[in-house]
Design a protein around this ligand. Structure first.
Ligand code: MN
Ligand code: MN
Length: 285
């Protein structure tokens, strides 16, 4: 594909072979595309006209192999290498969160050291499930183990809910991963929470933003595979993302939307609105 002159590309990754509970995220790209027709051009609070600032395309869907996770990883990594070689900022719509692994491997090859800002109910640092090392609950652990990320460069927002074992918590602390739990967020309030997180970030390195829609409360985002009650509201999420303006972003994703569990497009509308925010962040830096 000719990517010359392209600044930003929306990329569909219709894959849910890494889900451990409700499947269906493979259908997210088409649902989010359909909801995105209400996104329009100009950011409401920042006044930026996105498409005057940059040239954006829909790259289409990556041709994932629904029967083979490892092969899908190779296909994703190859597509991303092509995008990054052309200096495009990819904004992905998953797919389940297992796709983070190949995406960030490609990011590392193109950019060297970078940090991860992750919105999620889960830390995605489990070691395995049913003996499997690669699924949507493990990508952050694998990426740190494989040297793609350093724990101290990882910031996770909205963490909550029960865990299978204490292992994950202890491992995260050992890696110096930063968590902003939903309890801490509510105790501090939104403004202070954004300040706390920004203080944690290293201004010298670029950042990748990964947004698992289950970071949002299921009341606002019911269409997802592994819902956890008591999360962020839609508005808190939009404001938090806006609060990250000015950082140097190398890519974004919005994962784990499962349209079959959605109602009245609540989840896909929010997903497409968040993607509009991501694109605005890319236009600002
Ligand atoms: Mn999650
Ligand atoms: Mn996740």
């Amino acid at each position: 594909q000719d990517l010359s002159g392209v600044d930003i590309a929306v990329v569909g990754i219709p894959f849910d072979g890494g889900t451990t509970y409700r499947p269906g995220a493979r259908f997210a790209p088409r649902a989010i595309r359909s909801a995105s027709c209400m996104n329009r051009n100009v950011h409401p609070t920042l006044g930026v006209h996105l498409y005057e600032k940059m040239s954006a395309i829909d790259y289409g869907d990556i041709n994932c192999n629904p029967l083979n996770l490892k092969k899908t990883y190779e296909i994703i990594e190859k597509s991303y290498a092509e995008l990054l070689k052309a200096k495009v900022i990819p904004v992905a719509m998953g797919g389940d969160h297992s796709v983070l692994y190949p995406i960030l491997k490609a990011m590392k090859a193109a950019h060297g050291r970078f940090g991860l800002i992750q919105f999620d109910a889960h830390t995605d640092t489990a070691d395995q499930a049913w003996g499997e090392k690669f699924h949507h609950g493990t990508p952050v652990r694998r990426l740190i183990e494989d040297g793609v990320l350093k724990g101290r460069d990882v910031v996770q927002i909205g963490i909550r809910g029960p865990l299978t074992s204490k292992d994950q918590m202890e491992w995260d602390a050992k890696q110096s991963i930063t968590h902003l739990t939903i309890e801490e967020l509510h105790e501090q309030g939104l403004k202070e929470s954004i300040k706390t997180i920004r203080k944690k970030l290293d201004p010298k390195i670029p950042y990748y933003l990964s947004f698992d829609i289950d970071g949002i409360d299921p009341a606002y985002a019911p269409g997802t595979g592994t819902p956890v009650v008591g999360g962020l509201t839609s508005f808190e999420a939009l404001q938090f993302v806006r609060g990250l303006a000015g950082l140097n972003f190398i890519g974004f994703d919005l994962v784990e939307v499962s349209p079959a569990y959605d109602h009245a497009e609540i989840t896909s509308l929010l997903a497409s609105a968040l993607m509009f925010e991501f694109m605005t962040l890319a236009a600002l830096d």
